[in-house]
Design a binder for this molecule. Structure first.
Ligand SMILES: NC(=O)C1=CN([C@@H]2O[C@H](COP(=O)(O)OP(=O)(O)OC[C@H]3O[C@@H](n4cnc5c(N)ncnc54)[C@H](OP(=O)(O)O)[C@@H]3O)[C@@H](O)[C@H]2O)C=CC1
Ligand SMILES: Nc1nc(=O)c2c([nH]1)NC[C@@H]1CN(c3ccc(C(=O)N[C@@H](CCC(=O)O)C(=O)O)cc3)C=[N+]21
Length: 346
């Protein structure tokens, strides 16, 4: 009862059902999804996941990269360059690009409007491919879709005011005018520091990660994250299941995971009751949401409901400070490696 009072001190609570929570026993009040989550958390007090901090690892990698770049500059007078192509003004893009340039890699940035043509984008990739000062090229994904047709259903036409009185129901049809697959495969494989190129995805799966025999559920199947992660996990003998937008009962699948990797891009979609107690959660989601308390007016959150997962999982990567900084470090590290290959510098 104390737990319930903490959540809703002044509210009348309508008890509809009581049931055990997984194997730990406890109480669950069902009246709406959000509240059920809170009770779930409180009932599980005493179990807290290990937080897998990515920042310290990323800092180590970044120090190593900075030192190597310094050495490279001193011995052969060269510096790695990274070309970034941004299409459309995505809110998260600027900070993503800013972080990349910290360790001494020279940035080259091209910004194109969201309605740019495929030819313009190919030209930008091509000029980066050919530029000898650029060793890594990334095209920021996802590429924008543009509004193609908007259908609005309206309930009446008023001839007097010569306007339409809309019902607020409509359908927007978006068109993907830029073919992501084609554009990404246009980046030279030796400059593909994202690791998209089929050859590089194969190489990614050669790394040594000990996950043999585990049930891994990867939520999302994008070329950027989900697909390479599934390949990587399979290569290391995990039993991998993919959840995507057409999966009928995603919760049922995620509940069977020993390791859950999420790259959906939907803030807080994975709730506490989607998780198997003791699961290891790798939250790749980097979702910018409005936050009026923050100076920037926004903050970054993951795909997994962190407050619920921290009391249910055995380990979890936080957002921010988890996978994100390591992704950037590895991208920089790949750029440095590409520059070393170009200059035959060891
Ligand atoms: N932390 C990091 O280092 C990185 C983070 N990211 C972040 O990862 C997130 C995803 O990015 P990205 O992979 O490029 O996104 P995409 O939009 O390319 O892919 C999203 C995937 O999630 C699936 N999906 C979407 N909605 C649902 C749903 N309701 N139920 C089940 N599956 C769903 C889609 O399924 P379907 O295929 O059926 O459409 C798709 O496979 C973003 O937040 C991005 O910012 C990305 C790169 C690096
Ligand atoms: N071709 C391509 N390659 C990408 O790798 C790619 C992309 N497109 N499109 C967008 C997503 C998103 N993404 C992030 C990586 C790190 C952080 C990151 O490090 N975030 C910090 C916080 C940053 C902040 O607060 O501004 C953190 O998680 O701690 C965020 C987002 C890579 N992406």
């Amino acid at each position: 009862m104390e737990a319930i009072r903490q959540i809703c001190p002044n509210k009348y609570l309508n008890f509809r059902a009581l049931e055990a929570i997984n194997s730990r026993g406890g109480m669950m009040i069902l009246w709406d999804r959000g509240q059920r989550e809170l009770v779930d958390c409180i009932a599980a007090i005493g179990q807290t996941a290990r937080v897998l901090e990515g920042k310290p690892i990323a800092n180590n990698i970044n120090s190593r990269i900075a030192a190597e770049i310094c050495e490279m500059k001193n011995t052969i007078g060269k510096t790695p360059g990274l070309g970034v192509i941004l299409v459309g003004g995505r809110r998260d893009s600027q900070s993503f690009v800013r972080i990349k340039m910290k360790v001494g890699i020279v940035p080259f940035t091209v910004e194109l409007p969201e309605d740019c043509s495929e030819a313009e984008l190919f030209d930008a990739v091509s000029s980066f491919n050919e530029n000898p000062l650029i060793h890594g090229v990334i095209v920021q994904l996802p590429l924008p879709k543009i509004l193609h047709v908007r259908v609005i259903f309206f309930s009446e036409v008023s001839p007097k005011v010569r306007s339409l009185a809309y019902s607020n129901f409509g359908i927007d049809l978006w068109a993907q005018h830029l073919d992501e697959e084609k554009i990404i495969s246009y980046v030279s494989p030796e400059k593909d520091v994202d690791g998209f190129h089929p050859t590089n995805v194969g190489n990614l799966a050669m790394n040594d990660v000990e996950i043999k025999g585990e049930n891994v559920v990867v939520v999302g199947r994008s070329k950027l994250v989900g697909l390479p992660t599934s390949l990587l996990m399979q290569r290391h003998h995990a039993t991998v299941t993919t959840v995507h937008a057409f999966t009928g009962n995603p919760k049922q699948v995620t509940c069977g995971a020993d390791i859950l990797v999420s790259d959906i891009g939907v803030p807080n979609m994975i709730r506490g009751h989607w998780l198997n107690p003791g699961v290891i959660v790798v939250d790749m989601g980097a979702n910018s949401v409005e936050d009026t308390d923050s100076l920037k007016g926004q903050r970054l959150i993951g795909d997994v409901c962190y407050d619920a997962a921290i009391v249910k999982a055995s380990a979890i990567t936080p957002v921010p400070g988890g996978v994100g900084p390591i992704t950037i470090s590895m991208l920089l590290s790949n750029t440095l490696d590409a520059a070393k290959r170009t200059y035959r510098h060891t």
